[in-house]
Design a protein around this ligand. Structure first.
Ligand code: SAH
Length: 358
């Protein structure tokens, strides 16, 4: 077991403190962060603007860990799914979605997920563990390197495996690390956090200095329907979430996205669309309809194209901004709700323990 300090788990002020204890000035932390996040260099010996002695000391007392690529699949549409292996052997998935029109990295915040949404494959895994901030931010480093995109602009969506607000502290720390102006300098407006709406955490998010765009996985306009699809709705219901969203400090020219997985005969009626439009009234919002990505073991069906169009039309006639998400990477199981790592299902007891959080 190494007792070395893992740099990817440190925000720059903490790295500065660790270096100050070793008699090093602050700018050394900036240099190290630039090597790791701007140039993708994680070997201290190669950090050529650091004094030779310091490089040796860093090698002895610090480490820089990066998730390794266990496999990589490329879809017909250019989407790429990365299966990443972490130091303890746990595996997660990260997805690269090109030209939407921006380049987008979809990253995970947990190994598995405790939310158990009825239509989501990741939900079937249960939660194995939270990711650390370094593991969350590390996915962005891995993808940027593998895709040779270090010098290009990209968006990051926290829409992979896991519920980001159920791993609040590490997720926010990861975003601050990614946002560090001396490192990747990822602007908050390029980040979208998607959540089922854990209310206390959602309210806390509204007070963060580094404020990502917000997407809410709503999926139904009434508690009766949503409770069947998103179990945590029994704790924090539709009205409460909508009220919190109305209070949420939305950036200028920005909107809250409401994701709505359309399920045939469950939440896709004209009445559902009208109810949804009412919830959206007067809010800086947009609705992103996600026609179900069907999978074995998911007891729902995707509605017909006519049904999808009608649902979207009803919203749009009522002044709601609406888009229908084109499914990407379905052939490699990289699409929404299709991320699952086989052989990683926790025991039923473990699963129950993780669902009974706070
Ligand atoms: N836990 C967060 C982050 C996951 S985002 C959240 O729920 O928002 C993944 C998005 O894909 C969510 O909106 C989720 O509801 C949606 N999704 C899950 N399963 C899906 C499926 N089978 N088909 C289409 N979308 C799905």
């Amino acid at each position: 077991m190494s007792s070395r300090l893992e740099i990817t788990e440190l925000e720059r002020p903490a790295l500065e403190t660790a270096l100050a204890k070793r008699g090093q000035p602050k700018f050394r932390a900036q240099q190290i962060v630039a090597w790791i996040y701007q140039r993708g260099i994680t070997d201290f010996a190669a950090m050529s603007d650091l004094p030779h002695d310091l490089r040796q000391q860093l090698g002895a007392e610090f480490s820089v860990t990066t998730p390794s690529i266990a496999s990589r699949h490329i879809s017909e549409d250019g989407t790429q799914k990365f299966l990443l292996r972490l130091t303890d052997g746990a595996q997660i998935e990260s997805v690269f979605i090109p030209d939407t029109p921006a380049m987008t990295f979809c990253i995970s915040t947990q190994v598995g997920c405790a939310m158990a949404c009825a239509f989501c494959l990741t939900g079937k895994m249960g939660l194995t563990r939270n990711l650390t901030a370094g593991e969350i931010a590390g996915q962005v480093r891995v993808l940027a390197d593998a895709l040779d995109m270090r010098d290009r602009a990209f968006n990051v969506v926290l829409m992979g495996m896991g519920e980001p607000l159920h791993n609040y502290d590490e997720t926010m720390k990861a975003l601050r690390i990614l946002g560090d102006e001396k490192g990747l300098a990822l602007p908050a407006r390029r980040v979208t956090l998607s959540t089922v709406g854990l209310l206390p955490a959602l309210e806390k998010l509204g007070r963060e200095p580094y404020m990502p765009n917000l997407a809410i996985s709503l999926h139904a306009p009434t508690d009766a329907q949503r409770g069947e699809l998103v179990p945590i709705n029994k704790k924090w219901g539709v009205e409460e979430i909508i009220a919190a969203c109305r209070q949420f400090p939305v950036r200028k020219r920005s909107r809250i996205t409401f994701e709505y997985v359309l399920l045939a005969g469950v939440n896709d009626s004209p009445e559902d669309a009208r109810r949804l439009a009412k919830l959206m009234a007067g809010m800086k919002s947009k609705v992103n309809i996600i026609p179900l990505n069907a999978a074995a073991g998911i007891p729902f069906e995707r509605p017909s194209e006519e049904r999808i169009d009608e649902f979207a039309r009803i919203l749009s006639e009522r002044g709601v901004l609406v888009s229908v998400r084109k499914s990407r990477g379905r052939d490699i199981r990289a699409a929404c709700g299709q991320l699952i790592v086989e052989g990683q299902r926790p025991s039923p007891a473990q699963r129950l323990a993780t669902i009974a959080f706070s």
